[in-house]
Design a protein around this ligand. Sequence first.
Ligand code: PLP
Length: 400
Amino acid sequence: MSLLSATLSTIKPSPTISITTRAGELKAEGRDIISLSAGEPDFDTPDHIKAAGIAAIEAGHTRYTPPDGIPELKDAIAAKFARDNGLNYTRAQISVGTGGKQVLFNALKATLNPGDEVVIPAPYWVSYPDMVLLCGGVPVVVETGIETGYRLTPEALEAAITPRTKWLIFNSPSNPTGAGYDWQSLKALTDVLLRHPHVWVLSDDMYEHLAFGDFKFCTPAEVEPQLYDRTLTTNGVSKAYAMTGWRIGYAGGPEELIRAMRKVQSQTTSNPCSVSQWAALEALNGTQDFLAPNARMFEARRDAVVSALNACPGIDCPVPEGAFYVYPSIAGCIGKTSKGGTRIDTDEAFVTALLEETGVAVVHGAAFGTSPAFRVSYAASDAALKEACARIKAFCEGLT
Ligand code: PLP
């Protein structure tokens, strides 16, 4: 009898974490590596938030808390949803977990029966399909494509929905493409959902505060209030507040669902770290003044990276609306051979050769369900980005 469960064999380790680890190994060997593979801000948690964490330790907030969050943090989250998204939730409608990741997992674990389908637009965040599989569901991946700026169309959504559909996972701005849905394009999707009352919406708003130019962030339950009763709006402090290591994510949604998610969490991890909860409270209640300047800094990096990549032969890089990723197509590089002798048949071959030959780590598109492409995380210094783009250009120019 095999030690490992049949379910486990259906999933793979997170490819983004694997590549970041490989880049770290090469660095440890003394290689000059620029890693653009990790999805986290390149700066430290703001001081006032760190201070709240230290104060929480000193005040003795070091014990178990209610499994899905302290009431004070739930109130801060409710205030955030009202302030930023026009959404009203009571404490009983809020769940706090160990990162956005756990919150999403809890929701799927609490709701999926074997065979239930979850519609996931591709390119998708690497964890969505595997979480669905771990919870016994069936991921229904819907291709988007560079022509629509990697946005799901109402027609494609309509075609993907069946009587077994339980959720649509919606992520704007997106990891990995940075694509954002404006009010009108989101309304076109919510109109489809109104015709299918059995489908719930899992909105992953993790990159809400990284929205550029004229693009204004909006979320499904805000755009279509009739969906409020079947939407779970998830978010977290990881990206906007540079708190990836603190592990706090949260969600607002219908009470029955939040109760079910609490049950999952109470039998797995119990509460998210008590100290981190107090720090997250400060993140949400404290000054928000640094969010807009941070977004402008990322926007400038986006512009620099997009234009540098579009200057590389064989690469076509759309301009995304938010997050800190770009997702260039490498259709023009396929079939060629690198200077080091690697035939570029797939995007995985491209990123592997790029890492081994130039020391730049990016993630292949196949990991996100759309090929041939790769994801660049531009949460890195201007100097590192400039050097990385120059190396990518030289690599592409060397393909024959
Ligand atoms: N959702 C998306 C789209 C993400 O990119 C990430 C992290 O990369 C998460 C959720 C999870 O965030 P957390 O670190 O809070 O678990």
